[in-house]
Design a protein around this ligand. Structure first.
Ligand SMILES: [Zn+2]
Length: 339
């Protein structure tokens, strides 16, 4: 399917002026006024608005169903990322989200948005009974062929009636892509066992780097149509019937230091030529720091190496409990527990 996406800021503004924003979380009708983030061309051909009632950040105007389908064409998963970068990220996500839920008797895990299956494979190797699901048929077949993951293609809602109950459902970089997050979370809840847990990883719109980087913040892109903060994440989960919500935050190991931040590169670009070079040199000295620097310096190359590295970083699994200012939210919520 070929649908032209609007990338012209003037066109985005024109469309926004003639529409009403119906919040996808609380349902409030409103006429959008000042965007929190403005469209500024090819990289950000969209505005982000804050719901005046519940606070959820939402792209507006919204994509039509046809535009959404065009966004997730066959090329969506062909990210230019090395295998060792994928393993390093899988180790970090496993330690943060799944390690706290490991148990002696194998638990059932559903990895929604499993992509090429690195986190799912790691979980399977550490004793989980794993299923994966992903919108990309190509990604799903690679996860099956390379790691033997029992994976299905399509949207979660298409499979709800035929999936067994799960102890843990992981939503890694998923919820910010979905047009109706509350309805989706209700589907997730219906798939969890009575003591089941949902683990969510999503960009944190309340992060410090979002405030510093503004429209250059790393997590702003056209695929992220709803963006969450700790309060709106809790609100959304409660509307879907979850309780016991715990919200933490952490930073992707790749972007832990100032030198690695694209937002800083954008700031440095404003300096005069001679100063740019000096600023970069000063920053590069600090690139070896950070709690996950060991994972950045020596990345796992195989599934076995990744499995071993989980133990090395096990003590970081409760990282960031008191701080909610980092880039990624790490959220857990339970079925059948009222707050
Ligand atoms: Zn709202």
């Amino acid at each position: 399917m070929s649908v032209a996406l609007t990338t012209n800021p003037i066109e985005v503004k024109r469309r926004a002026e003639h529409a009403v924003l119906d919040c996808v979380n609380c349902g409030a009708h409103q006429t959008p006024r000042l965007p929190v983030i403005r469209a500024n061309g090819l990289n950000r051909p969209f505005d982000l608005h804050r719901c005046t009632t519940c606070g959820l950040i939402q792209q507006f105007p919204r994509y039509s169903a046809g535009e959404l389908a065009a966004l997730y064409g066959a090329s969506y998963y062909v990210f230019d990322e090395s295998e060792e970068d994928r393993w390093a990220r899988a180790v970090q996500q496993y330690v943060i989200h799944l390690l706290p839920h490991e148990s002696k008797s194998p638990k059932r895990l559903l990895d929604v948005g499993c992509a090429l299956g690195h986190v799912a494979a790691l979980a399977q190797r550490r004793g989980w009974r794993v299923m994966g699901i992903d919108i990309s048929a190509n990604a799903v077949s690679r996860a099956h062929v390379e790691f033997g993951i029992d994976a299905r293609a399509g949207a979660l809602e298409q499979h709800v009636g035929t999936l067994p109950p799960f102890d843990v459902i992981l939503l890694g970089d998923v919820i910010e892509h979905l047009p109706q997050p509350v309805a989706f979370l209700k589907s997730v809840r219906s798939l969890l066992s009575p003591n089941g847990v949902v683990c969510i990883d999503t960009p944190n719109f309340a992060s410090r780097w979002r405030r510093i980087g503004r429209s250059n913040w790393i997590a702003l892109n056209r695929y992220h149509i709803n963006l969450f903060e700790p309060d709106t994440m809790r609100d959304c989960l409660r509307r879907a019937g979850f309780g016991d919500v715990a919200v933490r935050s952490y930073t992707n190991h790749r972007y832990e230091t100032w030198a690695s931040r694209p937002e800083v590169k954008a700031l440095i670009a404003w300096l005069p030529g001679g100063l740019q070079w000096r600023a970069q040199k000063i920053l590069s000295r600090y690139n070896g720091f950070g709690r996950w620097s060991g994972l950045r310096r020596i990345k796992p190359k195989t599934l076995d190496e990744a499995r071993a590295r989980v133990s090395d970083f096990a003590h970081y699994r409760l990282d960031g409990i008191p701080k909610l200012t980092r880039d990624n939210l790490a959220v857990t919520a339970r079925v059948g527990h009222a707050d």
